[in-house]
Write a protein that binds this ligand. Structure first.
Ligand code: GLU
Length: 533
């Protein structure tokens, strides 16, 4: 398993733990507003949501903003909008008060001191008055003694200035004089911390590997660890489902629960999302390098002004994005891939979440979008296409855009891809000003093609409306008569009428354009060809 070596323990030997869910479930997503939500964060929120809905439980959101130094303006709003876009409805949050609020830690700050002091009273925590110079000196001493990772722990604390080493009177005096202090957890000396992670199985860590973490800082704020546990307890969280990066902190969290004498939630640490290529965690740099977003929505850094693109603005459907994310680290068994939110809720099982990292695949993400695009009603796509065309100055009706969608959607991953079919909406030859198509037509031109196209035009008759099957019939009869193969005439027909080599079938295209338009375009092409012979 990943994470520091000391976490290896029994995990893996015993396999994934099975925690039957009997209590009423309550989970939370607890982001820190330190920047835009990464798609890994969205997946964490999604798994919490699926788990809550599956068990008829509640899904809360708590903003963990105790570290004011890392606060980023706009990040909270971004988190809210991202979850809304993904359809992850919250039962309680800073924006939807519930019985256990407030749901922003900065609004709960009065609370934490009391809990830190409760641990001191229970002899599970202590005041530490050491200055940064003293801490540095301690690290130097440890290093000189050959300690690889110097720490404030059950050994070194004996030589530091804290309420365990100083007399009660001294401590009292320092507190009265307002000497700065932090509150540290008194980690027991020779113990094994063990817990069963719902995804990873048993995790066993010896306390000699855990330092006396600061729970309460000299600025009067709790650290992440204290606030997180106090809040999970007060908010009656039953399952803590979060990213693998928190696994190394979990043994410490178990110790804090034990120190308070509180029942702890079930832990479930989700696998990392890995780069599409190579090893390691997916980062924004990978997205920049390979050209895909790592954020759900566009983001502009409020300080640097740097812009990052999001799935929403790139034209992905939220359903496709969520479906793709759900399968990054979980699958319902079998080869089901396309799932509605209701189906995902129905199948979701923490026991089926993988232990190993999940490799992100941008091509697969596009594939999901393509599947969802195909499921959209043609009229809806038609309306969307009409809007996009209008942005380009092409005015059309929803009916016509919808008819075009029927031809274009098979080749599209995004609505924007259907803009390759603008020739279905314009009038006149698509060769005008189209150097690429002109060069292609010229390269392929053979005098016999001209005769073939003339014969084809004669066969199209005089009816203004064309029916695809009739166009096809006329084309085939012409080939037969001319003794030519489809490949000898079709490309030119396509270039003259559509101005490009790829696209939907030309008989359908002709039917949509109507006889007059097809004739005009062919005529124009033939006119141009006179200079090519
Ligand atoms: N605030 C932590 C984060 O930003 C939450 C970790 C947890 O879920 O316990 O990821």
């Amino acid at each position: 398993m990943a994470g520091p070596g000391y976490l290896r323990g029994l995990a893996g030997l015993l396999g994934s733990a099975v925690h039957p869910v009997t209590m009423s479930v309550r989970v939370r997503f607890a982001p820190s507003p330190t920047g835009p939500l990464h798609m890994g964060g969205v997946r964490t929120a999604l798994y919490n949501y699926l788990f809550a809905r599956k068990h008829g439980g509640e899904f809360l959101l708590r903003i963990e903003d105790t570290d004011q130094g890392r606060f980023v303006a706009g990040a909270e709003e971004y988190i809210k909008e991202s979850l809304e876009w993904c359809g992850l409805e919250l039962d309680a949050s800073p924006w939807k008060e519930g019985p256990d609020g407030p749901y922003r830690q900065s609004e709960r700050k009065e609370l934490y001191r009391h809990y830190a002091e409760e641990l001191i009273a229970k002899d599970k925590a202590y005041y530490a008055f050491d200055t940064s110079e003293e801490l540095e000196a301690m690290r130097e001493r440890s290093k000189a003694a050959g300690v690889a990772a110097p720490a404030y722990n059950s050994v070194t604390r004996e030589h530091m200035r804290n309420s365990l080493s100083l007399s009660a009177d001294d401590v009292q005096k320092k507190l009265e004089q307002g000497e700065p202090y932090v509150i540290r957890l008194k980690v027991p000396r020779h113990e094994e911390v063990r817990f069963e992670d719902a995804i990873r199985g048993w995790v066993v860590v010896h306390t000699s590997n855990i330092d006396d973490k600061v729970l309460f800082k000299s600025d009067g704020m709790p650290t992440y660890h204290l606030a997180n546990i106090v809040d999970d307890h007060l908010m009656k969280i039953t399952h803590v489902i979060r990213g693998e990066e928190w696994l190394p902190s979990a043994p410490l969290h178990v110790l804090i629960y034990e120190a308070f004498g509180w029942e702890r939630p079930v832990f479930a640490h989700l696998p990392l999302i890995l780069k599409p290529d190579g090893n390691g965690k997916l980062s924004k740099r990978d997205g920049d390098r390979l050209g895909f977003p790592v954020f759900p929505l566009d983001w502009v850094d409020p300080v640097s002004g740097e812009k990052s693109s999001g799935y929403r603005e790139r034209g992905y459907y939220p359903e496709a994005f969520v479906n793709m994310l759900a399968l990054l680290g979980w699958n319902p068994g079998g080869d089901v891939e396309i799932m509605s939110m209701a189906e995902m809720v129905n199948y979701f099982d923490l026991g089926r979440v993988h232990k190993g990292g999940a490799r992100f695949d941008p091509a697969k993400t596009d594939w999901f979008n393509q599947q969802y695009l195909r499921m959209r009603p043609d009229a809806e796509l038609g309306a969307a296409l009409k809007e996009r065309l209008e942005e380009q100055g092409i005015v059309t009706s929803v009916e016509r855009a919808t008819a075009a969608v029927v031809l274009l959607k098979e080749r599209a991953t995004f609505v924007d891809d259907m803009l390759e079919g603008t020739y279905l909406f314009t009038t006149g030859s698509p060769l005008k000003g189209n150097e690429e198509a002109l060069a292609e037509a010229r390269k392929r031109w053979k005098p016999a093609t001209g005769g073939a196209l003339r014969s084809f035009m004669d066969r199209l008759g005089s009816k203004p409306l064309l029916v695809s099957a009739e166009v096809e019939k006329a084309f085939n009869e012409m080939l037969h008569e001319q003794g030519m193969k489809i490949g000898q005439v079709m490309p030119m027909f396509r270039l003259f009428v559509a101005g490009r080599m790829q696209g939907p079938g030309m008989f359908d295209v002709s039917a949509l354009l109507g006889r007059d338009e097809v004739m005009t375009r062919l005529e124009h092409g033939l006119e141009l060809s006179k200079t090519w012979d």
